[in-house]
Design a protein around this ligand. Structure first.
Ligand code: SF4
Length: 438
């Protein structure tokens, strides 16, 4: 067992958790480390290892793990399913980490739907689909728990059509249940929450609306499986499924799924579990190629970590580059960081015209349906860009590629380094009539 495990006190939306232990305490796997702040949106944090507390500060708790570890854990104590979900510290595991107990705490009136988001929207990431293929019954049992809590009338699992095995196994597992499988096209960002709702209900929510206004609650697939663990096995949220990919050592598969990685483990130790990172990579990303953030070897795995990717080395960019920002892809600061790594100065920044700012976040009015990008590309060229770096969705990238090269502007995409590292087709090289290949 590796030594230092780090547990940030804020791994979710809302208030950070409050330490419940002190330096020097002996800790057992499954023991409460930090308590959700009372009467706020927050979530408990538990230790994934047994060991001794090395440090407690206002940002994190560090534990020196014992050499020998076991899979056992201290079980949860609550009685009702909703209390167990709250006690377990479960948050949305596919996105920003909204505390799940809060999402489920108000039952529907009539006609409510639970939608399980199994889109696994980002290219490369594959841990949700692998778990569904191997154990669809766990997901379906988790859905039943959630549907009972919320008194939902229907359960829907949204999954990409291309995952034939997962779709078949889900259809077998839901037989006789009040559930259905909805097939999604293989485009980015079909897993964006409002895109999933649009594909299931036929209606697109305004950017400032929340799913409950459409009578639905959307939960990520792994979140539902962890709900099943909390309610059935009384297991706190201490482990995470992760896709590890990219420039791994030569004899290793470039995309691997690791199940039940203990939270708090360092990025380096997780890469080592997958065989280790090869020499000469570009950057390390935590998350997917579109929305992941640059990370470091000593950063910890947290509740929302879904992917760890070592990218291909950076190409050399032009002197001046224009940025075209998507609300569902890499944000402006991430594109600025990538421009710097290309060795380029940012000439100008433009947002996709469907990107709207709502409460300090960017949301797309109709995710994945291109509103046209020619005007933005022309503006970037006029402002001195010699090339453009984009984070656009599949459909919009296709539009950019239909005009920028003709204007003499080479195109870079925020996902290039990650996709090159695993020999995945580049988003900006996919022609409209081949969108299904993404
Ligand atoms: S339409 Fe624009 S903002 Fe929306 S997903 Fe595509 S690029 Fe992003």
């Amino acid at each position: 067992m590796k030594q230092a495990f780090r547990f940030p006190l804020k791994q979710h939306i809302g208030e950070q958790a409050v330490p419940a232990i002190v330096k020097g305490d002996r800790i057992v796997r499954g023991q409460l480390l930090a308590l959700k702040k009372e009467n706020t949106l927050s979530a408990n944090i538990y230790s994934s290892v047994s060991g001794v507390v090395l440090e407690v500060n206002d940002k994190q708790i560090v534990i020196k793990a014992d050499e020998r570890q076991t899979e056992e854990y201290i079980p949860l104590k609550s009685n009702t399913p909703l209390e167990l979900i709250e006690e377990a510290g479960i948050v949305g595991l596919g996105g920003a980490g909204f505390p799940t107990w809060a999402k489920l705490s108000k039952p529907f009136g009539e006609g409510g739907k639970i939608i399980v988001n199994a889109a696994e929207c980002e290219p490369i990431l594959s841990h949700n689909i692998k778990c569904i293929e191997e154990n669809p019954e766990q997901l379906v049992s988790g859905m039943k728990i959630v549907m009972n809590i919320t008194r939902a009338e229907e359960g829907v699992i949204a999954v990409k059509e291309k995952h034939h095995t997962a779709v078949r196994r889900l259809q077998e597992a839901i037989a006789g249940e009040n559930m259905r499988v909805v097939l999604l096209p293989d485009l980015y960002p079909m897993g964006e929450e409002r895109a999933v709702i649009r594909e299931v209900t036929g209606n697109i929510l305004p950017v400032n609306s929340i799913p409950i206004e459409a009578g639905v609650i959307v939960l990520n697939a792994e979140t539902v499986c962890r709900i099943w663990e909390a309610v059935t096995l009384k297991k706190p949220l201490i482990d995470k499924n992760i896709t590890v990919a990219g420039k791994l050592r030569e004899d290793e598969k470039p995309v691997q799924v690791l199940c039940d990685v203990p939270l708090g483990m360092s990025v380096k130790d997780v890469f080592d579990m997958a065989g280790g990172v090869a020499e000469g990579y570009g950057e390390l990303i935590m998350g997917g190629p579109f929305t992941g953030k640059r990370t470091q070897m000593d950063a910890p795995v947290i509740k929302t970590t879904g992917g760890l990717i070592a990218t291909e080395c950076f190409m050399s960019g032009p002197e001046k580059i224009g940025l075209l920002v998507c609300a569902c892809g890499a944000d402006k600061s991430r594109l600025q960081e990538l421009a710097k790594s290309l060795g380029s100065e940012v000439a100008a920044v433009r947002y996709c015209k469907q990107a709207k700012e709502v409460k300090n976040a960017w949301k797309c009015e109709n995710p994945g349906k291109c509103p046209g990008q020619v005007q933005k590309v022309l503006e970037l060229k006029r402002e001195g860009a010699q090339a453009i770096l984009i984070s656009n969705c599949t459909d919009c990238s296709n539009t950019v590629m239909s005009c920028a090269p003709q204007l003499g502007l080479p195109v870079y995409h925020c996902t290039d380094g990650a996709l090159r590292a695993v020999n995945h087709p580049l988003i900006r090289k996919i022609h409209k009539n081949k969108l299904q290949e993404v």
